[in-house]
Design a protein around this ligand. Structure first.
Ligand SMILES: NC(=O)c1ccc[n+]([C@@H]2O[C@H](COP(=O)([O-])OP(=O)(O)OC[C@H]3O[C@@H](n4cnc5c(N)ncnc54)[C@H](OP(=O)(O)O)[C@@H]3O)[C@@H](O)[C@H]2O)c1
Length: 185
């Protein structure tokens, strides 16, 4: 079974995005490029990735407005599972597979696509919680930005105690703290 890793950036107070679904707090961090450089190596280990509808729509807005061709450049034809009740537009050449419902129902398709490589959980937080509920969350890698926002989309809205989280590595990338936790079942 592939290893499932939630790899994300977060504010210091645990938000993936602010109340307007904005990541301006992230792009404003000096040295964000340095933190991004390790992401390329991570992406090479990924066999399939999974994101919720709001995250996908954010990426598609970036693709349409600010960085046309971003999807092809970054992800190529890597299988991406978008968890949604809707059918949404897809970028040219992308391998997007829409799934919905219980994680346990669509997990075999995700695992099959990833093979012996990693499944990257992009977010949002509740979707990652659904993976943990189903016993399919193995690791959390957070890049903690030097920013706080008053409210927004939570990192992981579940109760997971220190009995289930083990700190594996702790690094610095520019202004970011990078922490990796193993998630015990
Ligand atoms: N900081 C970062 O690096 C980072 C990483 C990831 C995300 N983000 C941002 O954080 C925000 C996340 O938004 P979000 O918390 O709303 O989460 P999300 O997971 O991206 O989207 C939630 C939506 O996904 C669909 N969904 C979730 N679970 C489902 C299921 N089991 N079956 C069918 N549909 C399901 C539903 O949409 P429908 O019912 O409408 O289809 C739901 O409203 C976005 O703004 C994103 O850009 C930031």
């Amino acid at each position: 079974m592939p290893i499932t890793i939630f790899h994300t950036a977060t504010t210091l107070n645990g938000f993936l995005a602010d109340e307007n679904d904005s990541l301006d707090w992230l792009f404003a961090v000096p040295g964000a490029d340095e933190a991004e450089s390790s992401f390329g190596a991570f992406l090479e280990t990924v066999g399939a990735f999974v994101m919720g509808a709001a995250t996908y729509e954010w990426v598609m807005r970036m693709e349409a407005a600010e960085r046309p061709g971003m999807w092809a450049e970054t992800y190529g034809a890597l299988p991406c599972f978008v968890v949604t009740h809707r059918t949404l537009a897809t970028p040219t050449g992308a391998d997007i597979r829409f799934v919905q419902g219980a994680v346990s129902d669509f997990w075999p398709r995700v695992a099959d696509a990833a093979g012996d490589r990693v499944v990257w959980l992009v977010g949002g937080g509740d979707l990652v919680g659904q993976f943990d509920d189903a016993g399919h969350l193995d690791e959390i890698r957070v890049s903690i930005a030097p920013a706080v926002v008053p409210s927004g989309k939570p990192l992981l809205p579940r109760r997971i105690g220190p009995d289930r989280l083990r700190l594996e590595t702790l690094d610095r990338a520019g202004q970011f703290v990078e922490a990796t936790y193993r998630v015990l079942r």
